[in-house]
Design a protein around this ligand. Structure first.
Ligand SMILES: [Zn+2]
Length: 381
């Protein structure tokens, strides 16, 4: 017997699955995956655990009901962001209901999507599906996106359509920007501040680098715009800098971290190469050496046709016009497997990545009903 919605959500939220590039707080997602696999197994899904090659404590789940060509994927991530317990009014790992809101870490982003998808799927008899329905649960979306990258590399899953159930307030999302976090390091040489010739000042070089970054940002904004976005141009934020140790020492090392968000249609690798060349050029005569590293592989921008069948179906079913969002998703990776992919799920991104995260109960039933309509269209036909 499939547990009730609240029971499923309670079990999923009760399994800590923070993902982080900081190893001390990074957790396995296997317990979340096991719950999902058990429930889906009971519903007659064929469940397949994909352990990540470099991380035996992390896995994706691919669970399929029915067979044939085409079909639909309902996908979500099993991990959550880290949390600040002191700012929570309830236990983040216990689902607590108050004022028709279900509070708990990951309730809206996005463990809550799984019981929605599973309940919607449970109303269909596998024998009546003439195209496969696949539920996918990934790892590490909030950190490296290693789970989705692994899916893309493995060529799994295959279907015609995919919905990623991130919290969009039941609005179909057809595009978002890409995200690249980068560190720019400058290595010079220290020396006594009284004579500049005794060293090579990394902060002097950084001044040139920052000027060039701001110039590059302005050029990109002139070259690329997309009126579908609230911020219509690609952005670059100079976020933090660490450099030097004393006013009377020549600064030998400086590091600047930036966040670049590119529009759909921009090729991330090409832009980063262009950036690197320009920075190397601008410090050529400084005597410092420059390194540019991405924190983890960038998340590419995502866009699908606003007139696509799935986007239009979700718009019609929800009564919400298709739109864009400012956050990144696994959209690019599922799309690269050949599926028309849309982002659509219950809950609001405003509550995600925050203390006292919650899923509004009123979103659950409409989300399930819409998913049932989509399953009926693409898997029952
Ligand atoms: Zn999310």
């Amino acid at each position: 017997m499939l547990p009730k919605f609240d029971e499923m959500l309670t079990q999923l939220v009760g399994e800590p699955s923070v993902s982080s590039t900081t190893p001390e707080i990074d957790r396995s997602n296997l317990r979340v995956i096991e719950h999902l696999a058990n429930w889906l197994d009971d519903l007659g899904f064929e469940t397949h655990l994909m352990t990540l090659p470099d991380a035996p404590h992390k896995a994706n789940l691919v669970a399929t009901s029915g067979s044939g060509e085409g079909g639909l994927v309902l996908a979500g991530h099993t991990d959550t962001v880290p949390f600040d317990e002191s700012k929570w009014q309830t236990d983040p790992f216990t689902v607590t209901e108050r004022d028709d809101r279900l509070y708990g870490l990951g309730t809206c982003d996005m463990k809550g999507f799984f019981p929605v998808a599973i309940e919607a799927a449970s109303t269909f008899d596998a024998k009546k599906l003439n195209a496969p329905l696949t539920i996918v649960a990934t790892s590490d979306e909030e950190s490296s996106m290693a789970g989705a990258r692994h899916l893309a590399q493995s060529g799994t899953p295959k279907a015609d359509y995919a919905i990623i159930g991130e919290p969009t307030g039941l609005k179909p999302i057809y595009a978002h920007k890409g995200i690249a976090f980068m560190s720019i390091g400058l290595q010079g040489a220290s020396g006594h501040s009284s004579n500049p010739d005794l060293g090579c000042n990394a902060l002097d070089s950084m001044h040139k680098v920052m000027g060039e970054l701001i110039a590059f940002r302005q050029e990109l904004a002139q070259e690329f715009t997309n009126p579908a976005f609230e911020v219509q141009v690609p952005t670059m934020n100079l976020g933090c800098m660490h450099a030097g140790d004393s006013p009377n020492r020549i600064c030998s090392h400086a590091e600047l971290q930036i966040d670049m968000r590119l529009l759909p249609g921009m090729d991330t690798d090409t832009i980063i190469e262009r950036l690197q060349e320009r920075l190397q050029q601008v410090i050529k005569h400084c005597g410092t050496s420059l390194t540019l590293n991405t924190h983890y592989p960038p998340v590419p921008p995502f866009e699908t046709d606003i007139q696509g069948d799935l986007v239009q179906l979700l718009a019609m079913q929800s009564g919400n016009a298709p739109g864009t969002v400012a956050f990144g998703t696994e959209g690019h990776f599922l799309q690269s497997l050949g599926m028309e992919t849309a982002i659509f799920g219950p809950g609001s991104i405003d509550q995600a990545h925050q203390p006292n995260e919650y899923l509004a109960r009123e979103q659950i039933a409409p989300a399930e009903e819409i998913l049932r309509q989509v399953i009926a269209r693409y898997c029952v036909g």
